[in-house]
Design a binder for this molecule. Structure first.
Ligand SMILES: Nc1ncnc2c1ncn2[C@@H]1O[C@H](COP(=O)(O)OP(=O)(O)OP(=O)(O)O)[C@@H](O)[C@H]1O
Length: 263
């Protein structure tokens, strides 16, 4: 990461909900511009809370969150539309068409409706959504709904995209297609992406680095650089390096024996 511009810097972050045990204590980590980083952690450890802190929806009890080279606060960066947050559920409005759902983030950021629609129309073919402009969410497949939701976040979130388990509700085949689709879109746009997942394969396939939160409260993230060549496809999962990294990650999250999880 040396010499690269910082997209996100978290220093000494501590947070707990009232009357609850702490979720984060003095946590530090950094992400460089254009990096794709996944956070891999067990359920309930605080991943969604971390995203709510990074997008300014919650305020840390201690520590700082700095966005971009200028080090804006999370709340200021979110207000300026520089952070896009895509939650687990697609959150599309059932009464809005694809066009108007995807344009929503831009409109909320003050872009006039006509211009917002123009930007969406330009992006839809690239996201495999050509011809769906006037459809409503109930007329779309799960993968299509996630792509509309992604379009909204991509257009609204300037430099940092926070993706919270976006594919966890999809069936295995659609999920693989969406992972490959996301890789292609990321190759084109090179936004900084912080991606939350429970899935070791997904983390390895997509990321430049995987950060593992193995214990609660989260006081540090263990880091695994993923030195697999890009562009990647699902075939990368068959690579020997991939399998070695997977074994290492499974060990870190306590899912394999020291011998590597072999029978
Ligand atoms: N508003 C809240 N008030 C009190 N406790 C909360 C609140 N939101 C979350 N929690 C608690 O904080 C902990 C972390 O929740 P969070 O949703 O961040 O976990 P997570 O790692 O994203 O879980 P999952 O993977 O299941 O989505 C949980 O124990 C949850 O019950």
């Amino acid at each position: 990461m040396q010499g690269q511009q910082i997209a996100l810097s978290v220093r000494g972050l501590s947070y707990s909900f009232p009357s609850e045990p702490p979720l984060f204590e003095s946590l530090d980590f950094e992400i460089s511009q254009g990096e794709f980083v996944s956070i891999l952690a067990a359920s309930g450890i605080g991943k969604t809370t971390l995203f709510r802190l990074l997008s300014g929806l919650l305020v840390p009890q201690a520590g700082t969150i700095a966005i971009g080279a200028a080090g804006s606060s999370a709340a200021a960066a979110a207000k300026q539309g520089r952070v896009g947050y895509m939650p687990q559920k697609d959150c599309l409005l059932p009464w809005r068409t694809v066009l108007d759902n995807a344009a929503l983030g831009l409109e909320l950021g003050g872009i006039p409706k006509r211009e917002a629609r123009r930007q969406v129309k330009e992006l839809l073919p690239e996201l495999g959504l050509e011809g769906t402009e006037s459809k409503y969410p109930h007329e779309l497949s799960g993968g299509m709904r996630q792509r509309v939701s992604f379009a909204r976040s991509l257009l609204a979130g300037g430099e940092l995209l926070l993706l919270d388990e976006p594919f966890s509700a999809l069936d295995a085949m659609t999920r693989i297609r969406m992972q490959e689709w996301l890789l292609q879109v990321w190759e084109q746009h090179r936004k900084t992406i912080l991606f939350i997942t429970h899935d070791v394969d997904e983390a390895l396939l997509l990321s430049d680095r995987v950060l593992v939160a193995a214990q609660s409260p989260i006081t540090a993230l263990q880091e695994l650089p993923v030195q697999l060549p890009r562009p990647r496809s699902y075939e990368a999962a068959l690579d020997e390096t991939f399998i070695r990294l997977k074994r290492q990650l499974l060990g870190w999250i306590g899912m394999s024996s020291p011998g590597g999880g072999r029978p």
